[in-house]
Design a binder for this molecule. Structure first.
Ligand SMILES: [Cu+2]
Length: 659
């Protein structure tokens, strides 16, 4: 699927493949030899490319070293690390993935963008061509950018934006990382418009895998799983809006309202709008109505797309719903019959899915009618396997699941139901045992066991195992957090300070969206902004992040750049209550787990609860820590943690600083 080429090269080309800014206007000068170090190749032609001169030079490739390396590779094992080159061409289009046309963004002419794949240890070199009319950066979500913090794609933090007509080369190693990741725009909320796609890194041969535990030692089954692992089936969930993200943001800041709802989900970029009865929505949303009433004292209701009437939160009784343009309030639900995704299981004994939540706002519950799911990896780490029928899919998080097939006849629904208070909405894909056909299965199947309703509620909770995030410790038992006191403890409070104002810093300081256009904090002279944490973290230090969520309704999915972390304490009913982990241990806190905690790069902080993340500062840089709900990030719920900046500052390539 990837419209890319993979070049076999040794891994010592960083200085040559370092990011290079090109503009159509200065291509000629470079081609005339003003940069003698580089040879150039013509870029591939792109579907949907609108305004780029096909002769523009883009990716510098060191030809002599390339040939030398090819010769060298003849003598080395096939598994040697290589540089995998990708081109990501960003364009705008006008399409209707759910049956309703709107402006949207594409990567290489598609949404989601093409798969970027590698073997563990490879180097990825991805050239981004910004043919949009807005600035852009790409963040490789979950990739640590070990030693290359300037490739992290956080505008105003680790790089300057790629402006329209420009390109930038993201060049980084995958050493030490495997499994499922994704890439997405990190400027404003543009990934919700379509700038998002998957990254998959096949694990090294010597990684311990938990497959024997689920196959009970059956060598054939284990080898099947091992084979499936090289190319798991994509199962990407993404939310979809009626308006562009800029239009939504404009309404937020102009009217001071929170259009929290979506126009429905897409799965692998496909889906349709369905219009359940109001009775069905209200039944599935009973839990949400109760939660909302407990928090606000108001009995709310749902619109025809399952969106909870949030006038009370918005502070507008009798809100102007036309101005809000929440889906359904402005226009009653209209069903469409656009295609859904279909997977054909045929005679396979197992399916393996790569589940990625690429949404801009919502977590969801996944279940597959009539099937069990074995959860094998979470956020790029093999975990103690769990056999479940429902999986909570956190915003930004990734899960590798193995599904034993049932080999019946018929079509089984793969269901994603929104888990958030704001909306009852569901999208389905199909797992089919029928012969592939051009026609789509019926709307709602009843051919098999259905475990959850469109609100994610279980029909039979006592007999339906669900994924236990807290218990999903790494399979490699040595992957434990450092014991003893941390060198640094940072306390954060998640709070909604106004209708469209979300804070993370104690004291309520907000990160302004204008930060995106400022000199990146990675090398800026002035780092005194109130959302920058500059406390002298040195390489090797242990850092604890204590996060209390005082919001009564919203779970905030917190994402840390540059690191994975252990979730060493969590609660959905109480705040942490101590100033350090040490103090909590000394006082006999029951929520601390330093023995076998989950290892993640994103994790939800429950309303009225807390989480504590512990990580080792092994990656000097300037790292964002933020809520992954785009609207919260854009209105302030973000911080930057500086880590041994002095050590990395001299290593930043001039091409990045001068970009
Ligand atoms: Cu949030």
């Amino acid at each position: 699927m990837a419209t890319t080429k993979t070049e076999l090269m040794a891994t010592t080309k960083t200085e040559i493949l370092a990011s290079t800014r090109t503009k159509d206007g200065d291509d000629k000068d470079r081609a005339n030899g003003d940069d003698k170090q580089m040879e150039h190749i013509k870029p591939p032609s792109f579907p949907g490319s609108t305004n780029r001169d096909s002769g523009a030079l883009i990716t510098p490739v060191p030809m002599i070293k390339y040939i030398t390396t090819l010769l060298t590779l003849l003598a080395v094992p096939a598994c040697a690390a290589v540089v995998r080159e990708y081109s990501l061409n960003l364009t705008a289009s006008y399409l209707a993935p759910n049956g309703f046309y709107r402006e949207m963004f594409l990567v290489n002419g598609q949404h989601p963008g093409p798969l970027i794949e590698a073997d563990e240890g490879d180097t990825i070199s991805a050239t981004v061509y910004n043919n949009l009319q807005v600035p852009m950066t790409i963040h490789f979500h979950g990739i640590h950018q070990l030693g290359t913090p300037w490739m992290d794609g956080a505008p105003g933090v680790s790089q300057r934006s790629i402006f329209p007509g420009e390109s930038f080369v993201y060049n980084f190693t995958t050493v030490g990382q495997y499994g499922s990741y994704w890439y997405h725009a990190h400027v404003r909320s543009y990934y919700q418009d379509g700038i998002r796609g998957p990254v998959y890194i096949r694990p090294a041969n010597d990684r311990p895998r938990p497959y024997d535990m689920i196959t009970e030692g059956n060598a054939t089954a284990t080898s099947i799983l091992r084979a499936l692992e090289s190319n798991p089936t994509p199962l990407y969930i993404m939310d979809w809006n009626k308006l562009t993200s800029d239009a939504i943001y404009y309404k937020e800041v102009t009217y001071g309202i929170d259009p929290a709802c979506i126009f429905g989900y897409l799965i692998n970029g496909k889906g349709r709008v369905t219009c359940p009865t109001n009775e069905a929505i209200t039944a599935a949303g009973a839990r949400r109505l109760e939660t909302f009433q407990n928090a606000t004292g108001i009995r709310s209701s749902f619109d025809s797309l399952g969106c909870l009437d949030l006038s009370a939160v918005n502070g507008y009784p009798g809100i102007d719903n036309v101005a809000l343009e929440a889906p359904g309030f402005s226009t009653p639900c209209q069903a469409t019959n656009t295609d859904r995704e279909i997977f054909y299981a045929n005679e396979a004994d197992w399916m393996m899915f790569n589940v990625v939540n690429m949404a801009g706002g919502f977590a969801s519950y996944l279940s597959i009618d009539g099937h069990d799911m074995w959860v094998l990896q979470v956020d790029g780490t093999f975990t103690q396997p769990q056999k479940v029928k429902q999986l909570y899919v956190g915003l930004g998080s990734r899960y590798i699941i193995a599904v034993p097939t049932v080999k019946g006849n018929g079509d089984f629904a793969i269901r994603f139901a929104c888990s958030e208070v704001a909306q009852v909405t569901e999208q389905i894909a199909w797992l089919s045992y029928n012969a592939p056909t051009a026609s789509q299965p019926v709307d709602y199947p009843v051919t098999s066991d259905v475990y959850q309703d469109m609100g994610g509620n279980l029909y039979d909770p006592d007999n339906t195992p669900t994924f236990n995030e807290t218990a999903a410790a790494p399979y490699e038992e040595s992957l434990k957090p450092p014991q003893g006191p941390a060198q640094h403890t940072i306390h954060f409070t998640l709070n909604r300070t106004a209708v469209v104002s979300f804070s993370l810093m104690d004291g309520g300081a907000l990160m302004p969206i204008e930060m995106e256009l400022m000199t990146p904090l990675l090398w800026a002279d002035d780092v005194s902004h109130p959302t920058t944490v500059d406390i002298g973290i040195k390489t090797g230090d242990v850092v604890d992040l204590i996060i209390d969520n005082i919001d009564p309704v919203i779970l905030h999915p917190m994402h840390l750049h540059g690191h994975s972390f252990w979730v060493v304490s969590e609660s959905n009913v109480e705040h942490f209550g101590y100033s350090t982990v040490e103090e909590a241990i000394a006082n006999g806190s029951s929520t601390i787990n330093l023995n076998n905690p989950p290892y993640r790069d994103g994790y939800g902080a429950a309303p009225r609860g807390h989480v504590v993340f512990r990580y080792i500062a092994d990656n000097a840089g300037a790292w964002m820590f933020h809520c992954h709900i785009n609207m919260h990030l854009m209105t302030g719920m973000s911080a930057v943690i500086l880590e041994d900046r002095a050590a990395i500052r001299p290593k930043i390539p001039p091409s990045v600083i001068d970009f």
